[in-house]
Design a protein around this ligand. Structure first.
Ligand code: PMP
Length: 311
């Protein structure tokens, strides 16, 4: 199914900002679940489009613009099932670039509405082909339309954005990091934090079961949205010496997410996943160890999912 470009593209914007706005940094805050655990959380949901993918989008686009590989008016195409498309749509809108998202059918309505509101186009690929189908279609469309492909699953700038951005911001608050904890979609976050925080143990928070009651697939699968091992060329275990893998039940991740929200942090399910794994590694490492994790995105994009069932 192809969703037409929408009138936004043609009615587009007679108003451009004088300067790009962004946040200088996001906060890194200590959140205690039990006394004595040193768990620090990077509040990435506070980025302008609502997720950590804003960093990746602007880093890749600004690199291409500075090299002359992209110019105002050019088309950018990205395969993603959520956060990256929204972030790219916003970053393109700020830079007078056009944007087309290729996404598997079934992505939640909240996401498609945001992309279209940022004047992005959407092409849907069959749900059963998953993110791989979307990737193939993005390559084909980019060839046909002469578009720029950020390629988040293989572009080393994805890792670099976290190594030189997120990790340095963390180190300015927590100078010695014992462990960095993250779920993996592209792996950009985990690999970048590990490379940017010297001496840290990388911890992969892996969801082990399915949220089968979820009618809508809002990301790569029915697991925790955004964080499932799939097609990334950036995440390889041999890049992460000392890698610890902590398995978290999806239902525990959701329950933890609800607690985090109730404590005043409007986050999505991958934040609960990350926090559960952070608690486990923090218990293992003891009170002196600073464990750092990430709250990747905002709760509003999950209103139609399991997270808000029964609220
Ligand atoms: N959380 C959410 C909500 C995501 O969308 C993603 C990536 N798609 C991740 C976590 C994982 O981040 P990364 O791609 O850097 O591994």
């Amino acid at each position: 199914m192809n969703v037409p470009a929408g009138e936004f593209i043609h009615r587009q914007v007679s108003m451009w900002p004088v300067a790009l706005y962004t946040l200088a940094t996001t906060p890194t805050v200590r959140i205690e679940v039990e006394p004595g655990l040193g768990i620090w959380c990077k509040l990435e949901f506070l980025n302008p489009s609502g997720s950590t993918k804003d960093r990746v989008a602007r880093y890749i686009l600004d690199d291409a613009l500075s090299r002359g590989a992209l110019r105002a008016g050019d088309l950018v195409i990205e395969a993603s099932s959520g956060s990256t498309s929204i972030a790219m749509a916003l970053a393109c809108a700020q830079r007078q670039l056009r944007f087309l998202a290729v996404m598997p059918e079934g992505v939640s309505n909240e996401r498609t509405l945001m992309i279209r509101a940022f004047a992005g186009e959407i092409v849907m690929t069959p749900k059963e082909q998953g993110i791989r189908g979307a990737l193939q279609e993005s390559e084909r469309l980019a060839q046909q339309r002469g578009a720029f492909l950020p390629r988040q699953f293989s572009n080393p700038l994805n890792v670099e954005a976290h190594r030189v951005g997120t990790a340095q911001e963390i180190l300015s608050v927590v100078p010695i990091v014992a462990a960095v904890v993250s779920g993996v979609g592209t792996g950009g976050t985990l690999v970048g934090l590990f490379e940017g925080c010297p001496g840290s143990i990388p911890v992969f928070a892996r969801p082990i079961d399915y949220l089968t009651s979820d009618p809508e697939c809002c990301s790569f699968s029915g697991r925790i949205p955004g964080v499932v091992e799939c097609v990334s060329q950036l995440f390889r275990e041999n890049l992460l010496p000392g890698l610890e893998i902590i398995e978290v039940r999806a239902s525990d991740a959701i329950a933890c997410t609800r607690q985090i929200i109730a404590a005043g942090f409007p986050v999505g399910p991958s934040s609960g996943l990350n926090y559960c794994a952070a608690v486990e590694i923090a218990r293992k490492l003891g009170p002196a160890a600073a464990v750092v994790t990430v709250f990747p995105d905002r709760m509003e994009r999950y209103f139609s999912t399991e997270l808000f069932r029964g609220v």
